[in-house]
Design a protein around this ligand. Sequence first.
Ligand SMILES: [Zn+2]
Length: 154
Amino acid sequence: MGFLNYLGKKTTETTYKITKEAKLKMKIAENKQEISEIYKSIGRKIYENHVREENIDIEKPIKRSCIKIDKITREIEDARKEILFLNNKKQCENCYAEIEKEANFCPKCGERQTNEKTVFEQAEEKLEHSEISPQNEKEAEIVKEELQQKNNKE
Ligand SMILES: [Zn+2]
């Protein structure tokens, strides 16, 4: 690959990363908002139950709300990891410190890192060996989702 081509590719990659990171941050903000709405609805359910003085089963709907919060929390976690990955960082498996992606040991706590490939790295590799360019967001997302689903099943 020629130098200009290389530069062009790098610039596209950088633009892609910036856009991607902004999107992820927006998603995290939306997710947090959604969680606080669920908190409110849980509080409302409990209070309405008190006002009515009836024995309505609010345990089930509250449980459902909690499960929803669990799911959204995982989405936030995934988005955070993806942002780290975009910046060539990862989280220490032990102390959750932000460390270099290639690090074998955590500089903070010394924990050995297993360096298992993340779903994002797998997606990136798959994309590199395919006709899909990173600019083609939609297809890239589909590949990523497929991998995530696969990983969740395992
Ligand atoms: Zn650590």
